[in-house]
Design a protein around this ligand. Structure first.
Ligand code: RFL
Ligand code: PHB
Length: 390
């Protein structure tokens, strides 16, 4: 088999890249370790920047998003028992975010790919990127016990944090930066109306909490938990009780509870691997970097990476220029590090750190008070949350 670009991984990064390349007339095949239903069963991100929405429009995969997605003009910050609204639309001269689940984005992109007639190979084992330091890269994989090989011009590693692409790069060619946080998020999805029309980010002495949603009838809530914790330790009632304790009285009273339809614990991590290109292998999305979810940036960064990468490959094929390919890593990393900073800062300001002294705790409160009272600080938060320009 031969194609122009082999994309490893069928998450949002791989699927969006596949569709952008398709619109540029660049042939591509996606090779994915899992099956479609497994991928669609993962509950993850929920907040899309306008740039991400625009990319989905560009590839013709935004019709349902525009019907069902919820436009949010602001968020609420809750600390010392009081909620403060941040009007992001006002602070950014009209920018908003769209609440639409990653599961739905993935679903829409999968449908668009089928309609475009582009190939995805699911259930591919032992996917291996090879010879990407020379002119003729290839990817091998095993399916139903048979080894296959795809020859290509470029390989896009869109296979997430635990994928094979980054691991295939010689260790000496890679510099990794990492911060692991001493806590996780316990998340619950429930078929209940959201407690409030906008997201609530709560700082509480017992730990962080987040009230989010997927629709007007489906809620997504998180509470900060210990890394040693296990979902089986949390009954639904225990989760709702803990969430209520971390909310203000009005929200606690308004909270509608119900059976969880998904419950999981995610560790929090900041991670960047540099560079994001090795010869003819590119890394994009979680394969190259991880942010803690507090800033809602992971999926959006995957989208901006893929935008830079698709442009680079378009230039390589249509303009016969390697300028975009050569600039890809630096371009993507400049945006990545700003989102890393924002996500780290949001995480540091809102979570309970067990080793934290009273001083650090007062600093968190002072920072939040400054944030909600200073126009400059509100603007800074808002422009990062809605998404910095590409
Ligand atoms: P993905 O989604 O992990 O997809 C990678 C795909 O590659 C496949 N794969 C392989 N395929 C072939 N061979 C191999 N060896 C392979 N190894 C892996 C996998 O099966 C998978 O299908 O990475 P991608 O595409 O880079 O997308 C990144 C996003 O998924 C991620 O950044 C976000 O979910 C992060 N995130 C959030 N981001 C936001 O922008 N806004 C949010 O509100 C937000 N909330 C979140 C989040 C992540 C969370 N968790 C669980 C980590 C909330 C949570 C709780
Ligand atoms: C979510 O809805 O899953 C979500 C929203 C905002 C975040 C993180 C997760 O910052």
């Amino acid at each position: 088999m031969r194609t122009q670009v082999v994309i490893i991984g069928s998450g949002p990064a791989g699927l969006l890249l596949g569709q952008l390349l398709h619109t540029y007339g660049v042939d591509n095949i996606i090779v994915e370790r899992k099956d479609r239903d497994y991928i669609l069963g993962r509950i993850r991100a929920g907040v899309l920047e306008q740039g991400t929405v625009r990319l989905l429009e560009d590839v013709g995969a935004a019709a349902r998003l525009h019907r069902e997605g919820l436009i949010h003009d602001g968020i609420e910050l809750l600390f010392d028992g009081v909620r403060h609204r941040i009007d992001m639309k006002e602070a950014t001269g009209g920018k908003t975010v769209t609440v639409y689940g990653q599961t739905e984005v993935t679903h829409d992109l999968m449908d668009a790919r089928v309609a475009a007639g582009r190939q995805t190979i699911y259930n591919a084992d032992q996917v291996t990127p090879l010879d990407f330091d020379g002119p003729s890269p290839r990817v091998t994989y095993v399916k139903d016990g048979v080894t296959h090989e795809i020859a290509c011009d470029y390989i896009a590693g869109c296979d997430g944090f635990h994928g094979v692409s980054r691991q295939s790069v010689p260790a000496a060619a890679l510099k990794e930066f990492e911060r692991v946080y001493p806590f996780g998020w316990l998340g619950v999805l429930s078929e209940t109306p959201p407690v409030s029309p906008e997201l609530i980010y709560a700082r509480h002495a017992r730990g962080f909490a987040l009230c989010s949603m997927r629709s007007l009838t489906r809620s997504r809530y998180y509470v900060q938990c210990s890394l040693e914790d296990h979902v089986d330790n949390w009954s639904d009632d225990q989760f709702w009780d803990e969430l209520r304790r971390r909310l203000d009285p009005e929200a606690a009273e308004a909270l509608v509870t119900g059976p969880s339809i998904e419950k999981s614990i995610a560790p929090l991590r900041s991670f960047v691997a540099e560079p994001m290109r090795f010869g003819r292998l590119f890394l994009a999305g979680d394969a190259a970097h991880i942010v803690p979810p507090t800033g809602a940036k992971g999926l959006n960064l995957a989208a901006s990476d893929v935008h830079y990468l698709a442009e680079a490959l378009r230039e390589a094929y249509t303009d016969k220029s390697s300028a975009g390919v050569d600039a890809y890593s630096a371009r993507a990393l400049a945006r990545v590090w700003k989102a890393e900073r924002f996500s780290w800062w949001m995480t540091s300001m809102l979570h309970r750190f067990d080793d934290t002294d009273e001083f650090s705790s007062r600093i968190q409160i002072a920072e939040l008070n400054y944030l909600v009272s200073s126009r400059a600080a509100t603007t800074s938060l808002s422009e990062n949350y809605v998404g910095l320009p590409y």
